[in-house]
Design a protein around this ligand. Structure first.
Ligand code: NDP
Length: 240
């Protein structure tokens, strides 16, 4: 049986690497994205992986997007909640819009997607859910009250849902990447990045593939005894 995997924010960065890794492992993979049609088309043409455009911060749009995927490709067995954004600013400058966009996109999205797949996973008694947190949700980060709150919320969300899914064959785990070389991190000013790299014992930024390998391990059928855990993948930067 070929398992169906949905990766949100799967057309760029870490999500792209996760899609490619799972595709190579033989899963039927669908890459969701939010708005960048050009990048999504280029990704799909290059990899052969189909894409599905919907805004994961929108409950109804997500429900409709997932229903469409399931009607085309079959029930979703594996869900990787990877889509995320940053809207940085210190508290005294942060607007409500910055706060809300990050909470909705990075945290409420997990509710929106999980709500859409959970009934099916419970009925079929199998599911693998991976939520992408962050070292900055574990340790906090200057200028990221919104992002740290959302990512920290993901870790609590993961444990609670893991308890609910445990008797139904559904595992729910989080990963907490450190700094990974993607568009998101390329937006960090060079001088800040240099300082950050000095705090990483391994001495480099992570590669998207470093993260993808861990996801492939956690979603494997044979990883059914791992649930409610958070796997830190950060080059030793923060030992939580
Ligand atoms: P990128 O900015 O490179 O890619 C983000 C992806 O998310 C894109 O595919 C984007 O789609 C999609 N996306 C954004 N908003 C939405 C939305 N509302 N609905 C659907 N899709 C959306 O991010 P990264 O690869 O760097 O990060 C991936 C995840 O890893 C995020 O959750 C991030 O917080 C987390 N993370 C990243 C770290 C890093 O150092 N890079 C460190 C720790 C965690 P589109 O192309 O259409 O905009």
């Amino acid at each position: 049986m070929t398992r169906v995997a949905l990766v949100t924010g799967g057309t760029r960065g870490i999500g792209e690497a996760i899609c490619i890794k799972l595709f190579e492992k033989g899963y039927k993979v669908i890459a969701n994205y939010g708005g960048n049609d050009v990048k999504a088309a280029e990704f799909s043409e290059r990899t052969g992986i189909p894409t599905a455009k919907f805004d994961v911060s929108d409950f109804d749009e997500t429900a409709a997007g997932i229903a469409k995927i399931e009607s085309e490709y079959g029930p979703i067995d594996i869900l990787v909640n990877n889509a995320g954004i940053t809207r940085d600013g210190t508290m005294h400058r942060m607007t409500f819009e910055q706060w809300n966009a990050v909470i909705q996109t990075n945290l409420s999205s997990c509710f929106n997607t999980c709500r859409a797949v959970i009934d099916g996973m419970r009925a079929r008694e199998f599911g693998r859910i991976i939520n992408v947190g962050s070292v900055n949700g574990q340790a906090g980060q200057y200028g990221q009250v919104n992002y740290a709150a959302a990512k920290s919320g993901i870790h609590g969300f993961t444990k609670a849902l893991a308890l609910e899914g445990a008797g139904k064959g559904i595992t729910v785990n989080a990963i907490a990447p450190g700094y990974v070389d993607t568009d998101m991190v390329r937006a960090v000013p060079e001088e800040v990045l240099v300082k950050i790299i000095k705090t990483i014992p391994v001495g480099r930024l992570g590669k998207p593939e470093d993260i993808a390998n861990s996801v492939a391990f956690l979603v494997d059928d044979e990883s059914g005894f791992i649930t409610g855990s958070t796997l830190s993948i950060n080059g030793g930067q923060h030992m939580y």
